[in-house]
Design a protein around this ligand. Structure first.
Ligand SMILES: Nc1ncnc2c1ncn2[C@@H]1O[C@H](COP(=O)(O)OP(=O)(O)OP(=O)(O)O)[C@@H](O)[C@H]1O
Ligand SMILES: Nc1nc2c(ncn2[C@@H]2O[C@H](COP(=O)(O)O)[C@@H](O)[C@H]2O)c(=O)[nH]1
Length: 210
């Protein structure tokens, strides 16, 4: 019998969560630039577009009515209310990517992560912590994309979000963005090896040693 090589596996769902402003989108962007095997899940949201954002690249910006229709039609793998708006992961896009063997990076909150864990117990969950709450606020301001009200409401929610840290497989402190990207990349590479072992290695070793 020919050996099943290279070992084929379904893509992984790789989740990054953090309080708003801790740096997960920055790390996600750097990771996508340094790894060909992972694609970003572009969510739908009812929040307004920020300066510099693009429809279809950062989010699919939809109206409340359109979001209702998508929920009704079962188009989301998960969705949640976050900071008074709704955000959801598009089922068709994610499924097409993982069935094709590519991993998917999801920048979603703890509520969505809990829902995805029910759908796929093999998801990999990484939580990013800021070095301090003062630094978190400084980063939210330095981004220069949100009004004072939005910054205050995100800081008010930050402690509640951080309280979910222990539900994650890995927890990192984002002191240095490049070091944090490297750690996240190392986690991704190790988890790929684990997934290959889970799916194909028994048959492969049987083929090797008879
Ligand atoms: N290690 C770091 N040191 C200093 N600044 C950082 C670091 N990591 C990220 N930043 C900056 O902090 C700001 C917030 O980062 P980012 O937008 O990636 O946060 P986020 O967690 O994705 O927020 P949100 O949940 O609101 O999307 C950005 O201006 C980013 O450049
Ligand atoms: N449960 C989900 N959470 C999501 C999704 N897309 C983004 N998010 C989270 O929302 C907040 C705010 O994001 P922002 O872009 O408005 O700053 C952040 O924590 C994201 O991780 C999603 O599809 N589902």
């Amino acid at each position: 019998m020919p050996l099943p090589f290279p070992l084929k596996r379904r893509g992984l769902l790789f989740v990054l969560s953090s309080p708003s402003g801790a740096g997960k989108s920055t790390i996600a962007r750097l990771l996508l630039g340094s790894d060909d095997g992972i694609a970003l899940s572009v969510s739908a949201t009812t929040r307004p577009m920020r300066p510099g954002e693009e429809h279809g690249k950062d989010y699919f910006f939809v109206t409340d009515a359109e979001f209702d229709r998508m929920v009704e039609a079962g188009e989301f793998l998960e969705w949640a209310h976050v900071f008074g708006r709704r955000y959801g992961t598009l089922r068709s896009e994610v499924m097409r990517t993982i069935e094709g063997g590519q991993d998917v990076l999801l920048d979603i909150d703890w509520q969505g992560t809990q829902q995805l864990k029910q759908v796929d117990p093999d998801i990999v969950r990484v939580f990013i912590l800021p070095p301090s709450m003062d630094e978190l606020e400084r980063r939210l301001r330095s981004r220069g994309t949100d009004s004072e009200d939005v910054i205050q409401s995100r800081m008010t929610r930050a402690a509640a979000e951080i309280s979910h840290w222990a539900e994650y497989d890995y927890v990192l402190i984002n002191n240095d963005v490049e070091k944090c990207r490297e750690l996240v990349h190392n986690i991704l590479k190790a988890e790929r090896l684990k997934a290959t072992r889970r799916i194909g290695l028994h048959d492969f070793v049987r083929g090797l040693i008879g």
